[in-house]
Design a protein around this ligand. Structure first.
Ligand code: CU
Length: 155
């Protein structure tokens, strides 16, 4: 089979990029110990509602301007339904699911992560803009997926 010189160059470039990406991912996982944000802390999905702190989902104050927010995702809503966050706060979200894979996305902020049953997903954000932010599930989770939306109110 004859390949044009430019095709060969292009294929070599594509293969080199692929090898570079795989080497980067492998190095990050094996040498640096990087894991997906959801695979750090495990939790029994059947006992989420009775496992502290997920038995009392909501905003928990750590210090001035620093909060933790515990969320439970279940078909087809988040708990809490609405979170009120003081303006300027740094919030670390801990999210888990009781049933299937969900998404946890606040489009205006860049918060966008997957929520896997059995694991606690962690993501942080500093709310520097006042307003009502839409929180949506962006992983198809069943027939009511399109209704899985709540709000984060930054005041
Ligand atoms: Cu969904």
């Amino acid at each position: 089979m004859h390949l044009h010189r430019l095709e060969r160059v292009w294929l070599t470039f594509g293969a080199a990029i692929l090898v570079l990406f795989l080497a980067t991912i492998t190095t990050a996982a094996v040498v640096e110990g990087f894991v997906p944000p959801s695979h750090v802390q495990s939790i029994d999905p059947a006992k989420v509602r009775v496992t502290p702190p997920f038995d009392k989902p909501g905003l928990h104050r750590l210090a001035s301007g620093s909060y933790e927010a515990y969320y439970v995702a279940a078909i087809f809503s988040f708990s809490p339904h609405e979170l009120v966050v003081p303006l300027g706060s740094h919030v670390t979200f801990y999210v888990t699911s009781t049933d299937v894979v969900h998404g946890f996305s606040v489009p205006e902020t860049g918060i966008n992560t997957m929520v896997t049953p059995g694991w606690v997903t962690t993501v942080s954000y500093t709310f520097r803009k006042r307003g009502r932010f839409l929180l949506v599930c962006n992983e198809y989770c069943g027939i009511g997926h399109q209704t899985m939306a709540d709000a984060i109110d930054v005041r």
